[in-house]
Design a protein around this ligand. Structure first.
Ligand SMILES: CC(=O)SCCNC(=O)CCNC(=O)[C@H](O)C(C)(C)COP(=O)(O)OP(=O)(O)OC[C@H]1O[C@@H](n2cnc3c(N)ncnc32)[C@H](O)[C@@H]1OP(=O)(O)O
Ligand SMILES: O=CC(=O)O
Ligand SMILES: [Mg+2]
Length: 569
């Protein structure tokens, strides 16, 4: 068996001879040529991605077809629930592989896009783990994705640096850094700059494949056999999708010649159907799992999406749908019980507050909200949680450490058998609260500004002192769609106004004026606010809900080089 190290050495014939990528049979690169990207898009790396694509594409297509069938069932009145056919897995006494000591303690994890300076800051932040994100926090332009792969390779090799010329500041890695996890895109997103056998590659296989190919050998070399690389897996709806990932991992380990079970992944439970599949998902990944995470923002989005044809389950204002709602608390509790029963981490989620630099009082109030959220998580039994910003880490670390002390996690100490009997009704309970005009306006203002940033290549932004990314923006979009579709009455501000297309038209106009005032005329003119407004308005008023905000909008990011930038030597 040829090991990966042999693969990694480019042969003389594989070195670039011109301004084009050297591609294997059946692969066509339609993104811009860049000499740095060519070090990632080597012929062997592309062959690896193409092999994964060829082996798994039909499984992925099938899984996406199954999602469509499930949607039809829900749209016809069905509810997601536990599957009687897999009761034996839920009731069985199995456990996942032992948590590797290197990542036993994950009490604070920082997340962020795969941007060069942020990677260095995150790795140096004092968090235990850094989740480098190709997903919710990244706008998946060719430039961002490929630059991100270059950055991660340099980070794993510990050669990464960044010179901020404006501030004359050089960024380098500290001796002690966070452990690196990487989150590839979800199954649904294509990578339209890489064609394999005439069709776009699956985005997640590109993200996973290129990162794994270039970096997998560094983990056994620096951390010992069997300890990495590590991943986060997003937006799954069913254990069949986890099974595909498990097979991808096994194939990758075999090709690389690294020990089976070296790859470890935490799955985000961030769709409503997946909460009924947590045991099954862990079971499929049992040799590669290090737990589950409460992806709370996508989970709320998924609640709306799953119940898009259920007018009796409309959401109140977005700000009211927090972790103390019964359905959210039940989800977090059951996740903890499930993970600890199977011997793996139960990770908490992201509080959206970020530091407010110019207002100490507001800053303290925001920090207090974060502390409260984290205290609830650690008391419930979570083993760690997410921070959106380095400025939050000391406070979050303190809350977790005050509760957990020197224990690396709570896997064996907090079993949560008290929630063993949580029911489908608990997990689906309607969220409570009122709907207001300000909620409708805020959704509109946030949705448009987020999309405008995303279209210009920024996938996570601070808006009104909160972190916004693809998942939080999804809530704004689908909530407006839901309220418009069912012409809800805004019952929370005493006005009793009905949400109609005419009202939405007025709100969009007024909020665009407000955005222009807030960001300034020049930024407004130069930015993509009008384009974003058009996309957002269509998505909120379309008769059939788009599955994802980013799927339609992705076409606006794709730039093909018509003559192609591939060559075969
Ligand atoms: C729903 C989910 O999926 S959550 C996970 C996905 N979302 C995310 O990962 C969001 C991550 N967070 C961020 O992107 C950013 O914190 C934002 C956009 C919310 C705010 O960013 P900014 O306004 O630029 O923050 P701010 O100006 O306060 O940054 C101060 C410093 O902290 C750094 N910083 C901020 N957030 C991060 C981060 N998450 N990771 C690393 N460094 C960070 C900045 O780079 C900056 O560094 P510098 O002082 O060396 O220049
Ligand atoms: O990915 C995390 C989420 O909350 O969504
Ligand atoms: Mg998410």
């Amino acid at each position: 068996m040829v090991g990966f190290e042999t693969f990694l050495e480019p042969s003389s014939t594989e070195r670039k001879t011109g301004m084009a990528y050297d591609v294997p049979e059946g692969v066509d690169i339609r993104g811009k040529y860049d000499a740095e990207f060519a070090k990632i898009l080597t012929k062997d790396a592309l062959q690896f991605v193409a092999d994964l694509q060829r082996e798994f594409r039909n499984y992925i297509k099938y899984a996406l077809e199954c999602r469509k069938e499930a949607k039809i069932r829900y749209n016809n009145g069905g509810l997601p629930g536990f599957d009687p056919a897999t009761k034996y897995i839920r009731e069985g006494d199995w456990v996942c592989a032992t948590v590797p000591p290197a990542i036993a303690d994950r009490r604070v994890e920082i997340t962020g896009p795969v941007e060069r300076k942020m990677i260095i800051n995150a790795l140096n932040s004092g968090a235990k783990v850094f989740m480098a994100d190709f997903e919710d926090a990244l706008s998946p332009s060719w430039e961002n994705l490929m630059r991100g792969q270059v950055n991660l390779k340099d980070a794993v090799n510990r050669t990464i640096s960044f010179h901020d010329k404006a501030r004359n500041r050089v960024y380098k890695l500290n001796d002690q850094t966070a452990k690196l996890f990487v989150r590839p895109r979800g199954w649904h997103l294509p990578e339209s700059h890489i064609f394999i056998d005439g069709e776009p590659a699956a985005g997640c296989l590109v993200d996973f494949g290129l990162y794994f190919f270039h970096n997998c050998m560094a983990f056994p070399q620096t951390q010992g056999e069997g300890f990495g690389p590590f991943f986060y897996l997003p937006k799954m709806e069913h254990s069949r999708e986890a099974k595909i990932w498990n097979n991808v991992f096994e194939r990758a380990e075999k090709l690389a010649g690294i020990e089976r079970g070296s790859i470890r992944a935490t799955v985000l439970i961030e769709t409503l159907p997946a909460v009924f599949q947590m045991d099954e998902i862990l079971y499929e990944l049992r040799d590669h799992s290090v737990g589950l995470n409460c992806g709370r923002w996508d989970y709320i989005f998924s609640y709306v999406k799953t119940f898009q044809a259920h007018p009796d389950r409309l959401l109140p204002d977005r700000v009211l749908v927090g972790m103390t709602q019964h359905f959210m608390r039940s989800y977090s509790d059951l996740l903890i019980r499930t993970c600890h029963r199977r011997g793996v981490h139960a990770m908490g989620g992201m509080a959206a507050q970020i530091p407010i630099r110019d207002d100490p009082v507001a800053n303290e109030a925001a920090l207090e909200l974060v502390r409260k959220d984290k205290l609830r998580e650690v008391k419930a039994g979570h083993d760690g949680t997410w921070a959106a910003h380095p400025g939050l880490i000391p406070a979050i670390m303190e809350v977790f450490t005050n509760s957990m002390g020197n224990e690396a996690n709570q896997i064996h100490t907090v079993k949560r058998e008290d929630v063993a009997n949580l029911t489908e009704d608990d997990l689906l309970q309607r969220p409570r609260g009122v709907r207001t005009m300000e909620g409708f306006r805020l959704n509109t203002r946030v949705g448009i500004q987020y999309l405008a940033a995303w279209l210009t290549g920024t996938g996570s932004v601070p808006l009104y002192n909160l972190m916004e990314d693809a998942a939080t923006a999804e809530i704004s979009r689908v909530q407006n769609w839901q309220w418009l579709k069912y012409r809800v009455q805004l019952d929370g501000d005493g006005l009793g106004v009905k949400v109609t297309r005419e009202l939405f038209g007025r709100v969009v106009e007024e909020e665009m004026t407000r955005i222009e005032r807030e960001v300034g005329q020049e930024k407004f003119k130069k930015g993509k606010y009008k384009e974003a407004c058009k996309i957002f308005t269509r998505q909120c008023t379309t008769p059939i809900l788009d599955d994802f905000l980013t799927l339609g909008a992705y076409n606006h990011l794709v730039i093909h080089y018509p003559k192609g930038s591939s060559s075969r030597l």
